[in-house]
Each structure stands twice: as C-alpha cells, then as structure tokens.
Design a protein around this ligand. Structure first.
Ligand code: ZN
Length: 222
C-alpha cells in the first residue's frame, strides 16, 4: 500500500491540471456540475472541508456554511435560487454531520504545500465523485459508505459503527437516479407526518403544543 499514496497524488495532479486548463474551453457543463457537487459546498460555493453535513436530498454542505445560513433569518446575502432550493433547511436537525470521511490532498509546488482536493471515504481509496461508485450515508450514525459495501450486511448493521439502521434511512449522496430522488422525497414526507426531522429526532409539533396549552388552561381553571 506504500506506493499508493504517490500514484494517487499524481493522478489527482493530472486531474487538477485538466480542470484548470479546461475552464476556458468548451467544458461539458453537466459533467462539471456532477463533479463539483462532490467538491464544492452547495451553499457557500467554497471547497468542501470537514466537518460536512447533508440534507434529506443527499446534498453536501460545509457545516459552517449551514450554521451561517441558519443564523441568517432574512437570508439577504443569498440568491433567490439558493433560498428556494434550500428552504427545507430550517434547523440543524434538518441536516446530519457526515462521518467516516477524510480530506484528501495533493502536493503543491513547494513540498510542504498540501492542496485539499476533495473528500475521501475511509472505506476504500477513491475520492468522492471521482468514480462511478455510489456513496450513501446512514441515519442516525451519519457514516458514509459505498453502496456496494452495504450489500454484504444482511441485517442492516452499519459496518463502521455497528449501529442498526432501517434500509429506508440510507441516503444516497448526490443521487443521480430519479427513483432515488422520489424515494427520498417520500421518506421526508412520511417523517413529516410522524413529526420527525431528517435525523429522526421528534419535532415539537404545534398540535402537541396546543394540546399541552389546552390542558394547562383546564388546570388553571380548576
Ligand atoms: Zn455507522
């Protein structure tokens, strides 16, 4: 395994050169978007750096960008497109911090320079988004794994932390299949009916609050 790091770095360098040199050329926009989804925070447009979080749709964000988003009630500094796209992120419970990831670097011009080039799942050696491997994360633990790694576990136990999960709480990262998107939407609709957040924590529902207020009212009248 000793030589793997070197060859990977070389491959990443080549990739970086390709990306920068092709910026001004007629780049396939879709291909660029598909690749950048794995490297760029959807909210801030900055490079993805740990810790990162994901919403119910499998989008990846820098955690600090989501915190800033949540701390800005007016959202003045965000475009209408972003406000519409990520209106479902209202609380920290609407995202989950992803685990089992590490940052990958390549060497810069100076030997000491390390340039972050993306995120890697600790399971395997691929940079996220660099291969056709499909990655998923599990709820509630947040561990990221290649989808294939999960077919091995029959009883739905996370291979990383050994916690149990239900198959419906397996979220594909940056899903490309409409079927996946449909299932994710269905899942969040069901959770909504159960007054639960994306991370499965219960919501303090209005109904419950009203019921409690009514009961308090009765008690007060006694
Ligand atoms: Zn886990």
């Amino acid at each position: 395994m000793g030589n793997d790091g070197g060859s990977i770095n070389k491959a990443h360098n080549l990739k970086l050169t390709f990306e920068t040199s092709s910026k001004n050329e007629s780049l396939d926009v879709k291909e660029f978007n598909d690749n950048s989804k794995w490297k760029i925070c959807r909210l801030s447009g900055k490079k993805l750096r740990l810790p990162v979080v994901s919403d119910y749709k499998g989008n990846i964000f820098n955690k600090d960008a989501v915190l800033e988003w949540l701390l800005s009630p007016s959202k003045e500094e965000y475009s209408q497109e972003l406000i519409k796209k990520f209106a479902h992120i209202k609380k920290l419970n609407d995202v989950i911090e992803l685990q089992n990831l590490e940052e990958a670097y390549c060497k810069g011009e100076e030997d000491e320079d390390l340039i972050p080039i993306g995120l890697k799942c600790k399971f395997g050696d691929d940079l996220l988004g660099s291969s056709s491997l499909q990655y998923v994360y599990l709820i509630p633990c947040g561990d990221v794994l290649p989808r294939d790694a999960l077919n091995l576990t029959k009883n739905s136990v996370c291979p990383v932390c050994q916690s149990n999960f239900e198959n419906k709480n397996l979220i594909p990262l940056n899903p490309t299949f409409l079927d996946d998107e449909y299932k994710l939407q269905q899942r969040i609709n069901e959770l909504d009916l159960q007054h639960k957040f994306h991370n499965l924590k219960p919501k303090g529902s209005k109904k419950k609050r009203r019921r409690n207020e009514k009961q308090l009212g009765k008690i007060a009248k006694r």
